[in-house]
Design a protein around this ligand. Structure first.
Ligand code: GAR
Length: 207
């Protein structure tokens, strides 16, 4: 069975691009049902349209609060038949109403080794703290900020002469590799969640 994947993105959309490319290469057992952005100017929307994908804008300013925004998001996603969601640079904390509509079916990518440096400007936080290693994390979304069970992580070195930009670029390269892989595992039903821990079952071999 293929999962119906929706991608939520606020900006540039390079992670979306990596997901689309993996999907086009036949590496993801999903149908991408559409892309939603809270930002009408998001480059992610152009990338979606360029690949013939449905692209919708849902500006938060149209809704009185986070709950109402979340409810509208759930309605839109359900109307597309979505059963799995990937947050790809979606710079907004999703309301619990969204999390509960897709329990353990929402992934997020974060540019740090969680639980270090959650929230905004993770690469800047890592540099300011002085860590020698950083990286990225794909996790299932729960009701906290970047707190859900961890699916995959990749580490990169932090060099003394790194700037926010050079570190972000090194991490981004790993993000593009890691995110499609995590989506593939969730879509294939290979993730088992027990408390905070996520177990990855081996690939079934059909003879
Ligand atoms: C990525 O680095 C992603 O990890 C980060 O935003 C960037 C989006 O880039 N997400 C967060 O910081 C979420 N807290 P993209 O639009 O090119 O995929």
């Amino acid at each position: 069975m293929t999962a119906n994947l929706a991608v939520l993105a606020s900006g540039r959309g390079t992670n979306l691009q990596a997901i689309i490319e993996a999907w086009q290469a036949g590496r993801l057992p999903v149908d991408i049902v559409g892309v939603v952005s809270d930002n009408p100017d998001a480059q992610a929307l152009e990338r979606a349209r360029a690949h013939g994908l449905r692209a919708a804008v849902l500006p938060a300013a149209l809704y009185p609060d986070r709950r109402a925004y979340g409810a509208a998001l759930v309605e839109l996603l359900k109307s597309w038949g979505t059963d799995m969601v990937a947050l790809a640079g979606f710079m907004r904390l999703v309301d619990p109403v969204v999390v509960r509509a897709f329990p353990n079916r929402i992934l997020n990518i974060h540019p740090a080794l969680l639980p270090a440096f959650p929230g905004l400007h993770a690469q800047r936080q890592a540099l300011q703290y002085g860590v020698r290693v950083s990286g990225c994390t794909v996790h299932l979304v729960d009701e906290g900020m970047d707190t859900g069970p961890i699916v995959l992580q990749a580490a990169v070195p932090v060099f003394p002469d790194d700037t926010e930009e050079t570190l972000a670029a090194r991490i981004l390269k790993e993000e593009h590799r890691l995110y499609p892989e995590a989506i593939r595992l969730l879509a294939a039903g290979r993730l088992k969640v027990e408390g905070r821990r996520v177990y990855i079952s081996p690939e079934e071999v059909t003879l």
